[in-house]
Design a protein around this ligand. Structure first.
Ligand SMILES: *Cc1c(COP(=O)(O)O)cnc(C)c1O
Length: 482
């Protein structure tokens, strides 16, 4: 499989393959990588895949996108990644070996697709764990090393650290805002004692940490000399890994491949639902993709109006579903590429506006007139909606859900009339409630339960360097440790 850029120029004279783009970020022209075409899944394949384990299914799907790793090696990587030991936080009563079981709220009608059973209790683990094993494999094959630099307000940083800990050839330098994460989130990250994991708490806000990452990445000489890399949400391998659980969820929710499902996806950077879009383009029978945002509704606005208006940092609201607090959606360009008929000139023109801080408007375009063909429906949720939804789900079904999943359930209920009768709706469970305990207490007046293996982690010794928000100091810190 060859890869292309959404803006037309993938860089090499020959189009790159999977391993060429695995360790990089943006394409050289500033676009995002996508496969040259989406592999089509035949009915015979769907029939054969229905009974596969998660690891087997991951191999079957990923081998369509990854053709430059020998199949036996890719199979071993999938087998090592998707185990019941790694994804060990499955809800009581659900099958541990399923990795991503469906937990029905209403049997056959409304269910949670459990994606948060990995080590850091959020769906980021689904892709990040695979990325850790792919990085180690490809770096060893090439005799290279990488120093991952990132900034996190919580979920991504911990998922990256748990995926990369102890991996040969990989070091992680993760910046976080000093004192602003919850005690649980701090303990999750800072208690890691692995030699290749470095936590840096910056005395500032998340944006200060993010600015340091940008400053270091824009220092091209430093970046090249010190092999600085990233694992952010535009990484193609992360999107590819996420395609798998749409197929797995489909098989769990249906009895035959003549049926359809709908997915509702709590969204921020459009990475998760982009994988659902690709699964649908491959031929998975998906009736609707329901996109849920919180108060930061830039994506809901687009799907309702055709206007994409990235917000200024000052317009971005701090909410109780913080992993969806985004001002622009970094993966959205991948969908728009498909929407405009895969015309890179059109995408480049639209993103010239976005990169200049302006909106674009497709409302009167022939492309937006066909938006329904892509199956998208959208809605937004607020703090009051989250509290009410967490309460209602707990009272009606005895199930505790996190704030992001609550945004999903709220929008799934609201848009139910647009899903064809008899089609089950799966809401993607993107985190477990214990990660956002304050809001659970606000909604229910009680603490969420905590998995036994995470009991008391706040008391473990922590390893973190507190630093002023100063890019030069961070560079010195990195150089001294590699
Ligand atoms: C990252 C994240 C999201 C948003 O996912 P995107 O791929 O950025 O759309 C939603 N919920 C949780 C808990 C997350 O960590």
């Amino acid at each position: 499989m060859k890869y292309i850029s959404t803006r037309g120029h993938a860089g090499q004279s020959a189009k790159p393959e999977f391993c060429d783009i695995l360790l990089g970020g943006l394409a050289p022209d500033g676009g995002l990588y996508l496969p040259e075409s989406y592999p089509q899944v035949t009915r015979a394949e769907l029939d054969a895949w229905r009974g596969l384990s998660y690891a087997e299914l991951a191999f079957a799907i990923l081998s369509k996108f990854i053709t430059d790793i020998p199949p036996a090696d890719l199979k071993a990587i999938c087998d090592k990644t998707y185990t019941a030991e790694v994804y060990r936080h499955v809800r009581e009563g659900d099958e541990a070996g399923d990795i991503t079981p469906v937990h029905w709220l209403e049997q056959g009608r409304l269910g949670l697709l459990e994606l948060s059973n990995g080590p850091t209790l959020a769906f980021k683990d689904m892709a990040m764990q695979l990325l850790g094993n792919l990085f180690e494999y490809v770096l060893a094959r090439r005799g290279e090393t990488i120093n991952i630099l990132g900034a996190t307000s919580g979920d991504t940083g911990s998922a990256a650290e748990y995926a990369m800990r102890g991996k040969h050839g990989v070091r992680v330098f993760m910046l976080s805002p000093h004192g602003l994460m919850s005690p649980f989130q701090r303990a999750q990250m800072y208690s890691l004692q692995d030699d290749n994991i470095f936590n840096i708490a910056v005395t500032g806000m998340f944006d200060d940490a993010q600015d340091i990452v940008k400053a270091v990445s824009n220092d091209h000489a430093f970046k090249a000399a010190n092999k600085i890399g990233a694992v952010n949400s535009i990484n193609w391998a992360r999107v590819a890994a996420q395609i798998v659980y749409y197929f797995k969820g489909y098989f769990a929710a249906t009895k035959s491949n003549d049926e359809q499902v709908a997915f509702c996806v709590p969204s921020g950077n459009f990475g998760n639902i982009c994988a659902g879009h690709i699964a649908r383009q491959m031929g998975l029978p998906v009736a609707k993709l329901i996109l849920a945002t919180n108060e930061n509704d830039v994506l809901d606005e687009f799907f309702r109006s055709g206007v994409y208006r990235p917000r200024k940092a000052a317009e971005t609201r701090v909410t109780s579903s913080p992993s969806m607090d985004i001002s622009k959606a970094s993966n959205f360009e991948r969908f728009v590429f498909d929407l405009v008929g895969r015309d890179p000139r059109k995408v480049a023109a639209l993103w010239a506006e976005v990169d200049a801080g302006r909106a674009f408007d497709l409302s009167t375009s022939s492309e937006f007139a066909r938006i329904a063909d892509f199956g998208f429906v959208s809605g937004a949720s607020s703090h009051a909606d989250r509290l009410a939804t967490i309460r209602k789900v707990f009272e009606q079904y005895g199930v505790m859900i996190d704030t992001h999943t609550a945004d999903g359930v709220k929008v799934a209920w609201e848009r139910a009339a647009e899903v064809p009768a008899g089609v089950p709706v799966l809401v993607l469970e993107t985190a477990l409630p214990v990660k956002f305990a304050d809001t659970i207490v606000e909604a229910l007046g009680r603490e969420p339960g905590r998995p036994a293996d995470l009991e008391g982690i706040e008391k473990l010794p922590q390893r973190v360097e507190v630093m002023a928000p100063d890019a030069e100091a961070v560079k010195r810190f990195i150089v001294e440790r590699i």
